[in-house]
Design a protein around this ligand. Structure first.
Ligand SMILES: [Ca+2]
Length: 294
């Protein structure tokens, strides 16, 4: 870091060529027998400065209030379910979308017992992703297949939409669907047509928050898992600003994560209550949590 900084400082002091933009500076070639390889210096600068910026931009420091948790209760969860979307009804019915080619499903089961009530399997070419409800319909994204399946309450497929990005998380507000695609970008879509109405970049302290995954809308805010992280970001839907962070570190200890791809993913708040549930891909439990300011 020190070396990179000193290079930056030298550049600022004019000791290195200004490469800040086309036509803004000329390399000064010293009168030496072996001419400096400015092209190599330039490549070094691009890699070192660019690399530093990438690290700063994509590893945001936490600049908002942090919540930790208390486990209220745990419930069974299929340890073979690669969880991508989670909803839980007040009557204790869980709706879940799972991923992986050849293993993707839409299922419903009982929260208390894990007893399966209904399941449909996606064709092997589809990788199931986020799940949201709009009225009495369920919307299920697919990862790379750019297809959103729409089902009625009995899981009969009634409609299909296409989109032109990755499909990751999905949730619904009072007026629209909200979709993540694995970046910092949230897409707000018309539930009737699935067309994008607007988008928001999720930022914390001015920095972008990447790899946003499963989503849940609750009390006017969007809760988002982040891939390969134990953090849940609480997001203001209009601006994309992160309002707070829930730190789930230690909830599902790493030594207990047996299968590759085991990460926290899946948030559900029981409608009409404050009961919050989280789980993970290949996680054997659903955790009901109470949030505690840190
Ligand atoms: Ca959810």
């Amino acid at each position: 870091m020190t070396k990179k900084k000193s290079v930056l400082n030298q550049a600022r002091e004019g000791k290195l060529p200004d490469r800040s933009g086309p036509g803004t500076g000329k390399a000064v070639r010293p009168a030496a027998r072996r001419p400096m390889r400015w092209d190599l210096v330039f490549i070094f600068l691009v890699i070192s400065i660019g690399g530093s910026w990438a690290v700063l931009a994509f590893r945001p420091g936490i600049t908002v209030p942090v919540y930790t948790y208390r486990v209220v209760k745990t419930y069974p969860h299929d340890p073979n379910a690669f969880t991508q979307g989670l909803l839980i009804d007040p009557d204790g019915t869980v709706f879940e979308s799972t991923g992986q080619y050849g293993e993707s499903t839409l299922r419903k089961y009982r929260l208390e017992t894990g007893e399966l009530v209904k399941q449909i399997d996606l064709a092997p070419k589809y990788f199931g992703e986020g799940l949201a409800r709009w009225g009495d319909r369920f919307y299920q994204l697919t990862w790379k297949e750019e297809t959103c399946f729409v089902y009625d309450s009995e899981f009969n497929r009634v409609e299909e939409f296409t989109y032109d990005t990755d499909g990751w998380g999905l949730t619904s507000t009072e007026t629209e669907l909200v979709m993540s695609n694995g970046t910092h970008r949230l897409s707000f879509r018309d539930p009737q047509t699935f067309e994008e109405r607007r988008y928001a970049w999720v930022r914390m302290g001015g920095r972008l928050v990447p790899r946003l995954n499963e989503l849940e809308y609750y009390a006017g805010k969007i809760y988002a898992n982040q891939l390969d992280s134990d953090l849940v970001f609480v997001i203001e839907p209009q601006t994309g600003s992160v309002l707070s962070v829930i730190d789930l570190a230690g909830l599902w200890p790493y030594k207990e994560r047996q299968k590759e791809g085991s990460v926290l993913n899946g948030i559900a708040v029981m409608p009409g209550t404050k009961r919050m549930f989280v789980t993970g891909k290949y996680c054997p439990k659903i955790y009901e949590l109470e949030l505690i300011p840190k």
